[in-house]
Ligand binder design. Structure first.
Ligand code: SF4
Length: 418
């Protein structure tokens, strides 16, 4: 019999992430230390048995390998590009959030999908996987500070305000799109309840790979977009689509209800894109000064950044694109090519290691890993796999039927425009 132990979801705030970044030292390799020696463990899921706390990287690797042997093909392990090497070595698939969710859907033979990423990714895997499959997130505190900047209640309040101001029309049937033409678009990096909101209100999900195509899809159906949670991806995509800065406005969700997110009615009426004031704590660190320094010190270098970086950084770079785009560009470049990269350090370090005939380095010399991805310490993976092998499911990510159904509508719209 399989026993399910109740998961304990933990909220992620940027304050906690910044505390972890302050505890992060960049003058040592990103090797795994025992859980008990991780200074940021205080912020993480604590109910893991103490037997795992003192194990070093080698002991944990042995344990994970043994649990995987016991589980065999019943279990598939997915690893996001930003995971540390001690996790990635056990991943059957590695990729970005969207591709991992697709792979999860395609591995219908696996009873358990152990998702080494963050919470919203495991939710998408649960939505796209088959009913008999169970998705496990090894550490329930592995969330995403950007996703948590779009609290569903704040988004619903924004929508209500837009309706009350006449920017959207509440009489339009749900799912039919709104008469005034505001289409809600959520980035993949958001809670499943917001994907469901988009599904119910004629909206769609996008990724950093397909955002421009999703803009086309949305503007075929409405005259405005409400884009959340990442203002930078939304703004950078708008500019690529020829939408001027004066046609995009920022919705500040921290302002009280009734403030129109800090906008005047005229600004909202003129705007084609209403951007949620969210950002990624990792990608916001990159700067134009770093790009200038890289060019000074490495003449001929190609600067490639993620579109979650600010507009100024994306415009100063030579190229921008998703983690898959960055990976493919560097991997396919000829020997001798030089890249300064503006994305998460685990991925950049891996690309440098896997492309020894090229120069690959991170734009930010003191960048820390994505603190929430880093919370998937191998001790958690060992514990989750041991429990599964012993017939107990811990940290299962399981959405209610209504949320899963509506979120799937928005995800399937996204799949259709790829
Ligand atoms: S890199 Fe940024 S957007 Fe991605 S999981 Fe980490 S905090 Fe969230």
């Amino acid at each position: 019999m399989v026993l399910k132990l109740a998961p304990t979801p933990l909220p992620v705030t940027e304050r906690a992430v910044l505390n972890e970044a302050n505890a992060c030292t960049t003058d040592r390799p990103l090797d795994t230390r025992p859980l008990s020696e991780e200074r940021a463990f205080a912020f993480w899921q604590k109910d893991i048995p103490e037997a795992y706390w003192g194990l070093d990287g080698a002991a944990l690797a042995d344990r994970i390998a043994e649990a995987r042997r016991r589980l065999g093909s019943r279990c598939v392990v997915l690893g996001h590009h930003y995971q540390r090497e001690d996790i990635i070595q056990f991943a059957d698939y590695r990729g970005d959030s969207f591709n991992l969710a697709r792979w999860a859907a395609e591995r219908g033979d696996a009873e358990f999908i152990v998702f080494c990423g963050v919470h919203f990714m495991a939710e998408s895997a649960d939505i796209l996987s088959q009913p008999h499959q169970k998705v496990v997130l090894p550490n329930m505190s592995a969330g995403c500070s950007m996703a948590d900047m779009a609290d569903p209640d704040d988004v619903y309040a924004c929508w209500d305000e837009l309706q009350a101001a006449g920017i959207t029309d509440p009489s339009t049937p749900a799912g039919a799109g709104l008469r005034a033409g505001v289409i809600p678009v959520t980035y993949m990096n958001s809670a499943a309840s917001l994907k469901a909101f988009c599904g119910r209100n004629g909206g769609i999900v996008c990724t950093s790979s397909n955002a421009p195509k999703v803009y086309d899809w949305a503007f075929e159906r409405g005259s405005k977009l409400l884009f959340f949670p990442d203002q930078h991806l939304g703004r950078n995509t708008g500019l690529k689509k020829g939408i001027g800065l004066d046609e995009m406005t920022l919705w500040d969700y921290t302002l009280p209800f009734g403030s129109l997110g800090g906008n005047t009615l005229e600004q909202l009426e003129r705007a084609r894109v209403i951007l949620w004031k969210g950002h990624c704590s990792v990608h916001r660190r990159f700067s134009v000064a770093q790009i200038e320094k890289a060019r000074r010190e490495h003449p001929g270098i190609t600067v490639i950044v993620h579109p979650e970086c600010t507009m100024e950084v994306v415009q100063a770079a030579d190229m921008d694109g998703s983690t898959e785009f960055i990976t493919r560009t560097i991997t396919e470049a000829p020997a001798g090519a030089k890249f300064a990269v503006g994305t998460e350090i685990n991925l950049v370090s891996r690309l440098a290691r896997e492309n020894p005939d090229k120069t690959v380095f991170c734009l930010d010399p003191v960048v820390c890993p994505c603190a929430t991805m880093y919370r998937i310490h191998p001790a958690y993976l060992a514990w989750a796999l041991d429990e599964l092998a012993d017939g107990r499911i811990v940290n299962q990510i399981s959405l209610d039927d209504e949320t899963a159904r509506d979120a799937k509508v928005a995800l399937e719209r996204m799949l259709a425009v790829r």
